[in-house]
Design a protein around this ligand. Sequence first.
Ligand SMILES: NC(=O)c1ccc[n+]([C@@H]2O[C@H](COP(=O)([O-])OP(=O)(O)OC[C@H]3O[C@@H](n4cnc5c(N)ncnc54)[C@H](OP(=O)(O)O)[C@@H]3O)[C@@H](O)[C@H]2O)c1
Length: 317
Amino acid sequence: MPTVFVTSATGSVGSALCQQLRALNWRVRAITRDPDSKSAQHLKALGVELIPGDWDDQDALRAGLTGCDKLFLCLLPDLSDFKKVPARAKTIAAIAKSSGVTQAVGLTTLGNFAVEEGTKPPPKYAPSPFFAQHFHAKKRVEQALIEGGFDHWTILRPGFFMANFLEPKINMGMGYAEIKENGTWTTSMTATSPLGLVDHVDIARFAVTAFQKPDLLHGRLLAVVSEELLVQEAFDQLAAAIGDSERSIKAKFMSDEECAKAQAEGSWRFFSSETCVRYMSDYTNLEELSDLIGGLTTFKKFFEREKEGVKETYHRK
Ligand SMILES: NC(=O)c1ccc[n+]([C@@H]2O[C@H](COP(=O)([O-])OP(=O)(O)OC[C@H]3O[C@@H](n4cnc5c(N)ncnc54)[C@H](OP(=O)(O)O)[C@@H]3O)[C@@H](O)[C@H]2O)c1
């Protein structure tokens, strides 16, 4: 049975991945800053070996990676220092390689297609300088795995997490809290641009597929979404899941001028002002994705599964 080293294991994708790998009876090691947290203890109960430490703790990383066959690399961005995370990725990749890891699966972002040289079709809008720096940092994380000397590597580039509409992610300061607080979402998307939504459990399923069949997804920069919906369609489904007839959720679409103004002000609220996100569906292939993992989670199904989260996030206080 292979052993997989999972970063961000207590996060949404990581915990789903740990659960799926343990269900296959694979061995899993996870680095966490707080082994006593509720999510870490949940992983421990599944049989995951917890390694106390953080992404800068090279001794902990070396101890955890020694004896592992595979690495799942998911690092949070640092929007105040775009050099920091790529450097971490490089260090972790080097430690993994020297510890005998032969396969790496990385998680970055769908937006990277907007700054990819030679992307087909070429991006219709360039990201703002700030957003471009974020994407380039994510690309350098990818590069760390691609150039890491592993026999197999795969990069998963997910779209917009369905979980962003629920706590805790709705509160992460990206402007999504407006949805629960005001029943609106001010967005640079348009009424006709499809939003690529992804279930974190599906992302984990892609990672498991890559780990189980290393040749199948080797060398791929895979755009990962579960369903594409117009923003208002998605909100109508969310409102139906909330099930309160007095409550609607309305998209407020920004004009190009409003987007340009917000960009000039240096908005860091992702999706609030970036016109490039309107065209991300140019890079997705839902048919291939569905074939790869045998069906994708619809937004409706996501809310059925997460009904407790919907209640917690949207019940009137
Ligand atoms: N939300 C979206 O729509 C979206 C779209 C595309 C891509 N992404 C990408 O998805 C990734 C986030 O994945 P997620 O949502 O599954 O994560 P998450 O739920 O936000 O969890 C964050 C994880 O990071 C770990 N962590 C944070 N700082 C750490 C540090 N210094 N050292 C060690 N561990 C640390 C935490 O572990 P402990 O607290 O246990 O240490 C936790 O497991 C990001 O890279 C983001 O850019 C998100």
